[in-house]
Design a protein around this ligand. Structure first.
Ligand code: 13P
Length: 251
């Protein structure tokens, strides 16, 4: 089964205006594979301009890192899905562990965000993953399966195919500790099996599952070589044009 290969860069809260535009411009000048969808999830203040820079590029796309779960209203400082859509954003990260932890985002809130984005024809990049304690206890598969059931299982067969899943073990994010290719493959395969039991093989075979957590130019190749790893959600290494380009060319 050929699935869409995807590399998404999560710039997190990094880069000034000038730096952001310069990184995007540099990426447009690099040689990127045409069969890989590359998504730049920039801070939302830069989405509009970066979106214009990548607009006619065959592989580059613009994404955001979050949106509010309500349509609009009195939510000072927040950014809505409709606002992002109106500036051309197609992809939005939902459920990143940093937001689950620091903004106390719950499964109920994530479900609302996913539904809101999908109602606008936008694609959520849905993150799941276990903390170190759970990995050490050996219950990581059960933990991630529960996240998927609680947060994605309300979707029907069509809707679930409009989700990109990113498995990001929390202990590997920004720590330099990467999941081994075997650990990544094990979890990606378990995620696919959870999806298969609910939606059938035809559907589960179509859903791209990305790995995130200290993925870099040196380890991307072995991670992406795993049969159920369809790409990466890249933090730190997405801030450097050369490293990110190498990762995009690691299939
Ligand atoms: P790092 O690649 O910096 O570990 O971050 C991963 C991540 O959180 C991407 O969303």
């Amino acid at each position: 089964m050929k699935r869409q290969k995807i590399v998404a860069g999560n710039w997190k809260m990094n880069k000034t205006h000038e730096e952001a535009l310069s990184l995007a411009q540099t990426l447009t000048e690099k040689s990127l594979p045409s069969d890989v969808k590359v998504i730049l999830c920039t801070p939302s203040v830069f989405c509009s301009e970066v979106g214009k820079i990548v607009a006619n590029h065959p592989s580059l796309n613009i994404g955001a890192q979050n949106c509010h779960h309500e349509e609009s209203g009195a939510y000072t400082g927040e950014v809505s899905a409709a606002m992002l859509q109106s500036i051309g954003v197609q992809y939005v990260i939902v459920g990143h562990s940093e937001r689950r932890e620091y903004q106390k985002e719950t499964s109920a809130v994530l479900v609302k965000k996913i539904d809101l984005l999908q109602s606008k024809g936008m694609t959520p990049i849905y993150c799941c993953g276990e903390p170190l304690k759970i990995r050490e206890k050996g219950t990581h598969v059960r933990h991630v399966a529960k996240q998927i059931k609680d947060e994605l299982f309300h979707l029907d067969k069509d809707a679930v195919q409009n989700i990109i899943i990113a498995y990001e073990p929390i202990w590997a994010i920004g720590t330099g500790l990467t999941a081994s290719p075997e650990q990544a493959q094990e979890m990606h395969n378990e995620i696919r099996k959870v999806l298969q039991r609910k939606y059938g093989k035809r559907v589960s075979d179509k859903i791209s599952i990305l790995y995130g957590g200290s993925a870099n130019a040196a380890n991307a190749k072995t991670l992406f070589a795993q049969p159920d790893v369809d790409g990466g959600l890249i933090g730190g290494a997405s801030l450097k044009a050369d490293d990110f380009t190498t990762i995009c060319n690691s299939y």
